[in-house]
Design a protein around this ligand. Structure first.
Ligand code: MN
Length: 240
C-alpha cells in the first residue's frame, strides 16, 4: 500500500473554494505516494488527521501573518490567510510530534520555519537591501532561473548530490532567522535562504522554490526530492 500524503491547498480570492495546482498531486503520485488534498479543518480534529496521514506536503500560497513572528504588518506585506496559517502550524506541530515526514515548498518552507519560532522577511525588496536576484521570475515556472548553493553537510546535498543547481523562483518573502532545530541547506548568491531542514527529524525539508513545476520538465533534482520524501515516509511508517 502506498503511503498517504496530506497536501494542503490554497484558497481562492473570494474564499469560496480551495485551489491546488495539479503539479503537486502529479509529483507525489509519480514519486510513489497517494496525494490527498486536505481542507483547513478545525483544531479539534487536527490531531486525528495527523494520525491518519503518513506524510505532510505543504504547498505555496499567500503571505504569512507576521503576528506569528511578533511583527506588525509592514508596507510590503501581501495578502494573508490567517485560517490557513493557524491550521498548517497546528498540523505541522502534530506531525513533528509523531516524527512523520514533512516537505514544504515555497510558502511551505516558510510556515515550517515560523511554526518552529523562526522569523521572515515580509518583503525581500523592502527589507533585505542586498538582494539583487529576481526572486519573482518573469519566465514560466517550469524553467529554472537562478542558482542556489547547497551545503555539503545537508540532507538536501545527500538527495541531490550536487552543490549547485538552478531553481525556479516565485517568492517575495523569505526566511530570516531560523526556528529551533532547523539549519540552512541552501542559499542564493544574494544570501536569501533557499532551503531549510530539521536537524533531529527523519525528514523535515523546506525549499523556497517550486520543484513540482520543474518536475513537469523532468528535472532530476526535483524528482530526487519527491522520491526521497516518499522513501522517508515509507521508512517511518515501517518503524512504527
Ligand atoms: Mn529564490
Amino acid at each position: 500500500m502506498r503511503p498517504l500524503i496530506g497536501v494542503t491547498p490554497s484558497v481562492a480570492k473570494d474564499k469560496s473554494r480551495y485551489t491546488l495546482h495539479g503539479a503537486h498531486g502529479e509529483a507525489i503520485e509519480r514519486a510513489g505516494g497517494i496525494p490527498i488534498m486536505i481542507p483547513y479543518v478545525s483544531e479539534a480534529i487536527v490531531q486525528q488527521l495527523a494520525q491518519k496521514i503518513d506524510g505532510l506536503y505543504l504547498t505555496g500560497g499567500y503571505d504569512i501573518d507576521p503576528h506569528y513572528f511578533n511583527e506588525e504588518p509592514e508596507i510590503g506585506l501581501g495578502r494573508v490567510d490567517p485560517l490557513r496559517d493557524l491550521f498548517e502550524i497546528k498540523l505541522l506541530q502534530e506531525m513533528l510530534m509523531y516524527k512523520k515526514p514533512v516537505f514544504g515548498v515555497c510558502r511551505g518552507s516558510q510556515i515550517i520555519n515560523v511554526a518552529l519560532g523562526g522569523t521572515m522577511y515580509q518583503d525581500l525588496e523592502e527589507q533585505k537591501k542586498d538582494v539583487f536576484i529576481q526572486h519573482k521570475q518573469k519566465r514560466q515556472l517550469v524553467y529554472g532561473s537562478h542558482y542556489i548553493k547547497i551545503s555539503q553537510d545537508s540532507l538536501l546535498y545527500k538527495m541531490i548530490q550536487s552543490e549547485r543547481i538552478k531553481v525556479n523562483s516565485n517568492h517575495h518573502q523569505a526566511n530570516k532567522q531560523l526556528g529551533s532545530g532547523l539549519q540552512i541547506a541552501a542559499t542564493s548568491k544574494d544570501g536569501v535562504i533557499e532551503a531549510i531542514e530539521g536537524k533531529n527529524h527523519p525528514f523535515l525539508l523546506g525549499v523556497q522554490w517550486h520543484p513540482e513545476r520543474l518536475l513537469q520538465q523532468d528535472d532530476t533534482a526535483s524528482y530526487a526530492l519527491y522520491t526521497h520524501f516518499i522513501k522517508a515516509v515509507i521508512q517511518q511508517k515501517e518503524t512504527k
